[in-house]
Design a protein around this ligand. Structure first.
Ligand code: ATP
Length: 237
């Protein structure tokens, strides 16, 4: 379970998050949508303890991320697939992660199979990976500890059509097994396929929070997105 409660965050005069409150329940995929600069990454950074809110609180499984003890066993995160060490092989990245979490090395091969990286690919350095391969490796790293909560920032970027279908099925399976998934993305069609709830933000404020049916009322997710963000821009003008 993820809970944002009245979170506000400023950067030198810019209000990046403005009284943001929403929850993500176990067994669900929540799509976290908003235009460029809306505050999605900032919210995910606050959630994972990388950034401190000016006020309000963000908790995972009832506690701030930093108080979780060994958070990566409970919360899988992929915030920047480009942040992988370019000189390490995919296998080394996962092995180091597994060792840090006290997991058996056999978990590395399980995760490679789960994310569809071959043994040959796993022996290449991550610096030579395509964006899609980096995303798969980053998702694998997030899943090492079999977390109950998954926080993914733009995980579908760079994935080919097979990769996108794979991710859709993976997230659906994880939610079906009780995982709470928060997924930020600009790929509205994909989010429409995989998410059962949507939280939309614009200019740091929650614009909508509900199921696709509740938000759309017959409109596509894209049209709902365009309508709500245009309304937010008009109110701010
Ligand atoms: N480190 C920072 N210093 C100053 N301003 C920042 C910083 N990080 C984010 N911001 C500002 O906060 C606001 C929200 O940015 P954020 O990156 O969270 O948006 P986003 O919804 O993730 O955007 P995108 O879809 O483009 O990734 C923007 O106005 C951005 O310029």
């Amino acid at each position: 379970m993820i809970e944002f409660s009245h979170v506000t965050k400023d950067f030198r005069g810019t209000r990046a998050l403005d009284d943001v409150s929403f929850t993500v329940a176990p067994g669900s995929v929540t799509g976290f949508l908003g235009p460029n600069g809306a505050g999605k990454s900032t919210a995910l950074r606050v959630l994972t303890g990388l950034s401190r809110p000016a006020s309000g609180s963000a908790t995972v499984l009832g506690r701030p991320y930093a108080d979780l003890g060994c958070p990566a066993l409970l919360v899988g995160t992929l915030l920047d697939a480009g942040a992988l060490h370019p000189g390490r092989t995919g296998r080394e990245v996962l092995t180091l992660g597994a060792m840090t979490l006290g997991l058996p090395r056999s978990r590395v091969d399980e995760v490679l199979d789960l994310v569809g990286l071959t043994r040959t690919e796993s022996r290449r350095t991550a610096g030579g990976y395509s964006l899609g391969m980096r995303q798969r490796l980053g998702i694998g790293h997030a899943l090492l500890g079999r977390p109950r909560v998954l926080v993914l920032d733009e995980p579908a970027n760079g994935l080919d059509p097979q990769g996108i279908r794979w991710m859709r099925e993976l997230l659906g399976d994880l939610a079906a097994s009780g995982c709470a998934v928060l997924l930020s993305s600009h790929l509205l069609h994909e989010v429409e396929q995989v998410a059962d709830r949507i939280v939309m933000i614009g200019r740091g404020r929650v614009l909508a929070d509900g199921t696709l049916d509740e938000l759309g009322r017959g409109r596509s997710l894209e049209q709902t997105f365009l309508d709500l963000t245009a309304d937010a821009d008009r109110s701010a003008a």
